[in-house]
Design a protein around this ligand. Structure first.
Ligand code: PDD
Length: 285
């Protein structure tokens, strides 16, 4: 079955789905994106993703190309046309097409929008969670506005590649004060030996993850101890458990950091419990 992409008002076969070479997303990374999980053909926590999308666009002064209601219809149609039951949708909006000039186009242009949807292997994702993943730490070298979900991801790309080359799956950025900020494509968490779940505040240094937000409800309802504060790699090495969160992975246990085993060296029971409970707290649409 060929895949279908929504591009600026049309559903196109992926092979024919194109954007202009003077799109500002292509030339300047002048755009934003969202990734949502699809489960049972439904979108997980779509309103939260749309709210973050609107915020990211607002920060960059890019207009929403359609209303949230219409966007929802188009997302569902893209999922339907691609027959996605379990997988992800990818949505990207850029400032649009204009002759290359760093400043915004003088005459307003229409933002470009692309939406794709693809099936992923649920079994593979579950197997990864059962094994756990390895993480390396790298110096933070991103711009301070990581709260904007911008498509400008070069530091993240390079960090992720470094992780892969070192046999790990994710890279955690460490800021100038020696604290972990977040992963190249996920938020970072540890669970202390005292059973407290720890993650950094979303006020600075990280993207406010939708998975992170929903997981806070799971943690509260399970009456687990929670500490919103930064942690160092050294504290993480000595933690009982560690994990990352992202829409494409939900709660993914971490079993090594910089080659050091975390806890017992296998996915921790609390991380697995949080993973198991997660979808009871997310909204499906
Ligand atoms: N990444 N931090 C960064 C830098 C991310 O790229 C992501 C998501 C997250 C987690 O956000 P959320 O829980 O809303 O997915 C945190 C997506 C999945 C990606 O780039 O593919």
């Amino acid at each position: 079955m060929s895949r279908i992409a929504y591009v600026n008002g049309q559903y196109r076969d992926l092979r024919d789905a194109t954007v202009h070479i003077e799109d500002r997303g292509y030339q300047f990374s002048d755009g934003v994106y969202e990734v949502c999980e699809v489960r049972g053909g439904r979108i997980v926590d779509l309103p939260k993703h749309v709210a973050r999308l609107q915020r990211s666009l607002g920060e960059l002064r890019i207009d929403m190309p359609m209303s949230p209601q219409v966007l929802k219809i188009v997302i569902h149609e893209t999922v339907r046309r691609n027959r996605v039951t379990y997988g992800i949708i990818y949505l990207q909006i850029t400032r649009g097409v204009a002759h290359r000039d760093h400043a915004f186009p003088v005459n307003p242009v229409k933002p470009s929008i692309v939406i794709t949807a693809k099936n992923l292997s649920y079994a593979k994702n579950q197997a990864t969670a059962a094994r756990g993943i390895g993480v390396i730490t790298v110096p933070e070298n991103r711009w301070p506005r990581v709260d904007i979900k911008s498509v400008a991801l070069l530091p993240n790309v390079l960090a992720k590649q470094q992780a892969r080359e070192q046999g790990a799956y994710e890279a955690w950025f460490v800021d100038h004060d020696g604290f972990v900020t977040e992963g190249a494509s996920s938020n970072a968490w540890i669970i202390t030996k005292e059973g407290a779940v720890v993650t950094r505040s979303a006020e600075s240094g990280i993207l406010a993850g939708v998975t992170r937000k929903v997981l806070l409800d799971v943690i509260a309802s399970l009456q687990m101890k929670f500490e919103e504060r930064p942690f160092t790699p050294q504290e993480a090495y000595g933690a009982a458990e560690a994990f990352v969160t992202a829409s494409s992975q939900i709660v993914m246990p971490v079993v090594t950091i910089d080659g050091k085993s975390i806890g017992t060296g296998v996915p921790g029971p609390l991380a697995l419990k949080l993973r198991e409970q997660f979808h009871g707290f997310s909204a499906f649409s």
